[in-house]
Design a protein around this ligand. Structure first.
Ligand code: SF4
Length: 237
């Protein structure tokens, strides 16, 4: 019955409410949900499909935060800790090193919050990538990293973002959003910036002309209600 109501809204192009979103999460009728999702996607995109040839680079796994859920990070000096040089990064992007017939069209760079790298290192990294591969779209640094850069550079957020943009940053990935609900976030990653700050950083990035995507980390302690809350905050932004 409740999916019927949602189906009517989908057909008429009426925006779904938070209650509708909860109903969708609680339903196990994945065929109907898939059919309705396809209808909306087709209405927006027709048969157009896009892809990028993306190379994911993590310059370092050394991180001052050491979030509880993160199996990637290491402390400085710990076994398995690594830090790439700018030359290492450029080498990874060279088409003949990747075995690809066509070059990468996008690079996605995210990593740990390195205790020693100055902000200038990241600026140089962006400049060098743009100089060597001007056709590559650089999507780099989560809001958590941007906040860290602003602290180590002593620049305010807007100036930090503008400096990154001027050095070649094209867009930022949505990592670090995790789940906005305060109580759950406090349990899974108290070391990280809070949800309000994540949203503020993304809003500031958009205001200086940097596009972003967004993420939600789910399947841990959160409830369906927390997921809906999270998506509503993203929608508002
Ligand atoms: S900030 Fe990122 S890289 Fe660092 S510990 Fe947390 S999740 Fe891992």
């Amino acid at each position: 019955m409740s999916l019927k109501k949602i189906e009517t809204k989908v057909h008429s192009g009426t925006r779904l409410t938070p209650e509708d979103a909860l109903t969708l999460f609680e339903s196990d009728d994945i065929f109907t949900i898939g059919r309705l999702a396809h209808k909306i996607a087709y209405r927006k995109n027709r048969d157009r499909v896009y892809f990028v040839q993306n190379h994911h680079i993590n310059p370092t796994n050394i991180c001052v935060n050491r979030c509880k859920f993160c199996a990637f990070s290491r402390s400085k000096g710990e076994k398995g800790a690594y830090a790439l040089s700018i030359k290492d990064i450029l080498d990874k992007l060279r088409p003949h090193n990747s075995g690809l017939r066509i070059p990468y069209t996008e690079v996605h760079i995210v990593g740990g919050l390195h205790p020693d790298w100055p902000f200038e290192f990241y600026i140089e990294m962006l400049r060098e990538i743009k100089k060597s591969f001007p056709y590559i779209h650089i999507k780099a640094f989560t809001a958590v990293e941007i906040d860290y850069f602003s602290n180590i550079s002593c620049l305010n957020l807007t100036h930090t973002l503008k400096a990154l943009k001027n050095a070649g940053l094209d867009s930022i990935p949505g990592g670090g959003a995790e789940i906005f609900n305060k109580r759950v976030r406090q349990k899974i990653c108290p070391e990280k910036i809070d949800g309000k700050k994540w949203l503020h950083i993304m809003g500031t990035a958009h205001s200086v002309g940097i596009k972003s995507n967004a993420t939600m980390l789910y399947g841990h302690l959160e409830s369906y209600k927390h997921r809906v809350e999270h998506m509503l905050l993203l929608r508002q932004l």
